[in-house]
Design a protein around this ligand. Structure first.
Ligand code: SF4
Length: 415
């Protein structure tokens, strides 16, 4: 019988590596990195965060997608959603002939056009249990690139619901990863989840648990959390026992603080001696996210004059990096190097944390005298886009970079 489920690649890594390197490598980034993450060009000192860009999960997902195109050259290949939240990488997938399946406004995918002869790639954030079963029923070939760190969260949520604990997930309820994680409770008939976006929402839950004055009543609670909790969720029975987990790309400090606040509410409600049977927690921020956030904290010990953060506007980990930088210095979150217009000398960016904040265009955004430029990028941004951003800033500044000397080819190459 034909094998239809793959999650370990096809042994074509050596074949696709030169192609991936050619598309995403940056000689300029490697040079700055090799010089201690800082280098000077004209009157601009460029500093890179010590961890940035593609994480191990994205590396693996991109690798499998390229391997899939080689392995199944004669079949239609679909991707459930975006492989990662990066427009440049997703455009490359389209150019390679991969078709994207997008969800409707309620997050529901329509797999009607997928046939048993097709190949479907599951993204690094995973898919919901229901979508997985639907695709298995179709009988198509599945290439599952779900990141190991996401699977680790799923395991926790599965254990919570198996043991009768409601999974309280710190995440964004519309984000693919949070939806997929929440769906893991469906493995158990009594499984329940509730998703809280931030400390403000966690406090609403905690006030309810501890029955604090001024908190929401049951009806108000459900009005607020209806779309962010399991069907048939009821706060009185379902907030008795809670296991905390999180989307892997949230702000680590906030996730820990939310866990501590939920625990304190349980202590207030049931007493310290009974907390163990009402509260569980397990840090599920992935190490790649943590390392990128730690590198920004380190860089902000001595903040650069201007900071550029590169990554999709809907990329959770990129938004959090930008948010951290904004607290220390002038920060521009751009979704692509092309947001820096070298003709007009402008930068187009998203000025606030919320993914839906409209972009703004700034003129005269670089300091007049010598300045330091910091850069970091979300886990789904390839190095060539970081190198291109550096080159564009230098170009706006009128600084020439000899890419031949650096080893990256032409002067106007993407770095
Ligand atoms: S950000 Fe973390 S969980 Fe997400 S793909 Fe990368 S390594 Fe995996």
């Amino acid at each position: 019988m034909e094998e239809t489920y793959f999650r370990k690649g096809f042994g074509l890594k050596a074949k696709v590596k030169p192609i991936i390197d050619a598309e995403y490598f940056s000689a300029l980034v490697e040079r700055i990195r090799s010089r201690g993450y800082a280098d000077t060009f004209g009157d601009v000192t460029v500093r890179l965060a010590e961890e940035f860009g593609f994480c191990y999960g994205v590396d693996r997902a991109v690798d499998y997608a390229y391997e899939t195109v080689h392995k199944f050259a004669d079949r239609r290949i679909f991707l459930v959603g975006e492989i990662i939240h990066n427009p440049h990488v997703n455009n490359r997938m389209t150019e390679m002939g991969i078709r994207f399946l997008y969800p409707n406004g309620s997050g529901v995918f329509d797999f009607d056009q997928v046939t048993p002869e097709d190949v479907v790639i599951l993204p690094a954030f995973g898919v919901t249990l229901n979508d997985f079963h639907l695709l298995r029923e179709i009988g198509c070939i599945l290439v599952d690139t779900t990141c190991g760190s996401v699977l680790h969260v799923w395991k926790r949520v599965d254990e919570y619901s198996r043991d009768g604990f409601t999974a309280l997930i710190h995440g964004k309820f519309r984000h693919e990863e949070s939806r997929a994680t929440a769906s893991q409770v469906e493995k158990h008939p009594q499984g329940k989840y509730i998703i809280v976006r931030d400390m403000e929402e966690a406090t609403l839950v905690c006030d309810y648990i501890a029955d604090r004055p001024g908190g929401l009543d049951a009806q108000e609670f459900m009005r607020h959390f209806e779309v962010k909790s399991s069907p048939a969720f009821a706060p009185d029975p379902d907030l008795q026992r809670i296991g905390v987990a999180n989307q892997t790309t949230m702000l680590a400090n906030e996730s820990f603080a939310i866990g501590a606040r939920v625990r304190a509410a349980m202590v207030q409600r049931f007493g310290e001696e009974h907390t163990e049977s009402h509260y569980r927690s397990f840090g599920t921020i992935c190490s790649a996210t943590q390392e990128r956030q730690d590198a920004v904290v380190k860089m902000m010990d001595e903040p650069p004059d201007v900071m550029i953060v590169i990554g999709g506007y809907n990329s959770s980990n990129t938004n959090h990096l930008a948010h951290m930088c904004r607290e220390h210095t002038t920060t521009f979150h751009i979704e692509d190097a092309a947001c820096i217009d070298t003709e007009l000398g402008t930068i187009r960016h998203k000025p606030e944390l919320a993914a839906t904040t409209p972009e703004r265009v700034e003129m005269d955004w670089l300091p007049a005298g010598p300045f330091s430029l910091g850069l970091t990028a979300g886990a789904s941004t390839p190095n060539n886009k970081i190198g291109e951003a550096v080159l564009r800033v230098l170009q706006v500044r009128g600084v020439e970079v000899d890419m031949h000397a650096i080893g990256g080819g032409l002067k106007n190459a993407s770095g």
